[in-house]
Design a protein around this ligand. Structure first.
Ligand code: KG4
Ligand code: ZN
Length: 358
């Protein structure tokens, strides 16, 4: 892989561990050969009984699943631990207990094997996931990161040099999908199910607002849409077709809002490429509308493949490999950051040995 910065230390395959929320993800990314293997275990079924993620249960399940997944991933790649050149793990943001499981396992493994290890920012992982695809984007570009916890527009001047252009004032896009689904009795995690239902919905039967698009700025607010859905649902006949029609109107409102703000961010920065990542980036309607807008406006749009939109180990292995190759060095301390500002990261071309990325 040709990396977009000068310094490229020789580095063997990097093991990546993701455990920030309710998915245990493990992958091996080799800077010379690309992604060698990845495995994922989703805890969704366990949390569904509670209607949301239960942090303590999440931590315990990561403890159960992580080591078997590491073994499985190594086997898939045809490698032993002695073949690894580095270890990367999600150090934040996320659930503290869940993060600590991955951080402790990854740091301990690295220490035992005398390998360099690096704590990765989860959202930088999402942002860089499209680099795992053919024809990867190169900075400068604008990134739309839309997940269960974040809705952000970011100006990417270089890898690691991030400026926040817009953020959510309340619910994140994925959170809005999940909460709206819950209002209409679609079980947790409702986002993908609501999107599926929307495919059967008729456009224009219901119409909800495009929040905060009538004024300048790049911030988002999705919680009012939830209320609009609740009122429409309560006043409706609550048939299956109506549910699908409301789901369609909700999805149209979110997709239009995100599209309007992406166009605005591109105009404001002058960037000619857009990267879309995070769980909501798996939404087919959003992907199609952004592809159409890109061809109409003349910018390029890049997405990760569907399975790398939601949480995964591959994006962490890649982001960690890029930072380790650029010379990042961290102490062996097991440290996580449940809250972590993406803008505090160092750019890869500024990263000198001895300087920590976290
Ligand atoms: O990135 P992710 O796996 O986890 C976080 O870092 O938060 O994103 C999960 C979020 C959930 O809110 C989920 O409902 C949403 O992404 N999501 C979707 C779709 N697939 C996942 N939302 C809309 N349409 C989808 N197809
Ligand atoms: Zn995520």
């Amino acid at each position: 892989m040709n990396l977009p910065f000068a310094k490229q230390l020789a580095l063997g395959p990097v093991l990546g561990v993701e455990s920030s929320c309710d998915e245990t993800g493990v992958a091996i990314f080799d800077p010379a050969r690309g992604l060698l293997a990845h495995t994922l275990y989703s805890q969704i079924r366990m949390h569904a009984d509670y209607g949301g993620v239960v942090p303590e249960l999440a931590s315990r399940d990561h403890v159960r699943k992580l080591v078997p997944l590491i073994r499985e991933t190594l086997a898939q790649a045809g490698l032993g631990v002695a073949d690894l050149g580095g270890v990367a793990y999600t150090a934040g943001p996320g659930l503290v207990g869940a993060l600590l499981v991955g951080a402790a396992a990854a740091r301990s493994l690295a220490w035992a094997l005398e390998l360099p290890a690096i704590g990765v920012h989860h959202m930088e992982g999402h942002l860089l996931a499209p680099l795992l695809e053919p024809d990867p984007p190169a900075p400068p570009f604008v990134a739309l990161l839309v997940s269960g916890g974040h809705s952000m527009l970011i100006e990417v001047a270089a890898i690691g040099r991030y400026t926040l252009l817009g953020d959510t004032l309340d619910d994140a896009a994925g959170e809005a999908f999940d909460k709206t689904a819950k209002l209409m009795d679609i079980p947790y995690p409702g986002g993908p199910a609501l999107a599926k239902l929307a495919e059967q919905g008729r456009p224009g039967v219901f119409r909800f607002s495009r929040p905060m698009t009538d004024r300048p700025g790049l911030d988002f607010s999705f919680s009012g849409l939830k209320t609009q859905v609740l009122l429409a649902w309560r006043a409706s006949d609550q048939t299956a077709q109506t549910k699908a029609d409301i789901a369609r109107a909700f999805e149209d409102a979110v997709v239009d809002t995100l599209t309007i703000k992406c166009r605005r961010a591109l105009a404001q920065t002058g960037a000619r490429a857009l990267v879309v990542a995070g769980g909501v980036g798996a939404n087919r309607h959003l992907r199609q509308q952004l592809v159409d807008t890109a061809s109409c406006d003349g910018f390029r749009v890049h997405f990760p493949r569907l399975e790398f939109c939601t949480d995964n180990g591959a994006m962490i292995a890649l982001a960690g490999a890029l930072r380790l190759q650029a010379g990042a060095v961290e102490t062996a301390a097991i440290k996580v950051q449940p809250r972590w500002d993406l803008q505090g990261l160092s750019a890869l071309d500024e990263q000198e040995a001895g300087q920590s990325a976290s």
